[in-house]
Design a protein around this ligand. Structure first.
Ligand code: G1P
Length: 292
């Protein structure tokens, strides 16, 4: 079976953001800003760079700031125009022109699998990307673009994975997998466990927040029972998908930051700021003098 082009990307963004309180009391965590861009925009830009033209954001209560961010801002644009601030006007315009964005709501926080299920009708019968906005992947070739290319070769669901050492593995979905003989980036997935204890983890290959899934996943999500944390887990649905289709793990090229975690967010801020042409040199000079 050969699938058509990947056009759609789903962003589960209904979470309460409890890891980042108090910042996320009134601000969606997806709107926390890394340097000068909200987390969700990094993900949307990555999906667009991978060829996606339709972005589906699964939101919940108090998430309107995201919708405003990607919308046109007539008052702001008029004010910038009146002042002749063309460069800023271009920045503001480019955000609202990124892609067609549709929103759907997850009424109750019943888990990642449930959040993805909310996009079922909008995605329809085609393979699609899932990006978790907390995970920022800094890469020469955007991570999702690397994965879309791998999907066109494998025609199978693909889960981005990174090696996680020690106890930290318990925070992830973990793959039971073997390397694919002639492709060092691909892993042949045999099973997976959501948030296993360290002693029970089937490997060190953690799933990170980038997936390409075939549409059959929706049927699987509808069939799974609540798993880890009493939630409908995407990991459990993908495990069930394995009974019908091949699934691959993918060691992408790049560096991932867990920006949903306070320390991870700080590290991402420093690394991304240092790479910026406009801010990097000044920031580096200041850091060198900073008494650590
Ligand atoms: C989710 C997934 C988990 C995955 C992780 C990556 O967990 O359930 O399988 O490893 O994202 O960030 P969460 O971090 O939402 O608890």
């Amino acid at each position: 079976m050969s699938y058509q082009k990947i056009r759609k990307a789903v962003f589960p963004a209904a979470g309460l953001g409890t890891r980042f309180l108090p910042a996320t009391k009134a601000i969606p965590k997806e709107m926390l800003c890394l340097v000068d861009k909200p987390l969700i925009q990094y993900g949307v830009e990555e999906a667009v760079a991978a060829g996606c033209t339709e972005i589906i954001i699964v939101t919940g209560r108090d998430k309107a700031a995201m919708e405003d961010h990607f919308d046109y801002s007539p008052e702001l644009e008029a004010a910038l125009e009146a002042k002749g601030k063309q460069a800023l006007l271009d920045v503001v315009h480019s955000v609202s022109k990124l892609a067609r964005i549709v929103y759907t709501r997850q009424p109750h926080p019943l888990g990642l699998g449930h959040a993805v299920l909310m996009a079922k009708e909008i995605v329809g019968d085609e393979p699609f990307c899932v990006l978790l906005p907390d995970d920022i992947v800094d890469a020469k070739v955007p991570c999702m673009k690397q994965m879309v290319e791998a999907f066109y070769e494998t025609q199978s669901s693909i889960l981005a994975s990174e090696v996680v050492e020690g106890d930290a593995i318990s925070a992830y979905g973990v793959l039971d997998c073997t390397p694919v003989a002639n492709n060092p980036r691909l892993l042949d997935v045999k099973g997976m466990v959501e948030k296993p204890k360290f002693e029970e983890a089937p490997s060190q290959n953690a799933i990170i927040g980038r997936y390409i899934l075939t549409p059959r996943i929706f049927e699987m999500i509808e069939a799974v029972k609540p798993g880890a944390g009493g939630e409908l887990q995407l990991t459990d649905a993908i495990k069930m998908l394995l009974q019908h289709e091949k699934v691959y793990g993918f060691h992408y090229e790049g560096k991932r930051h867990d920006a949903g975690d306070k320390l991870g967010f700080l590290k991402a801020t420093v690394e991304l700021a240092l790479k910026r042409e406009d801010l990097g040199p000044g920031f580096r000079d200041w850091l060198k003098e900073f008494p650590i």
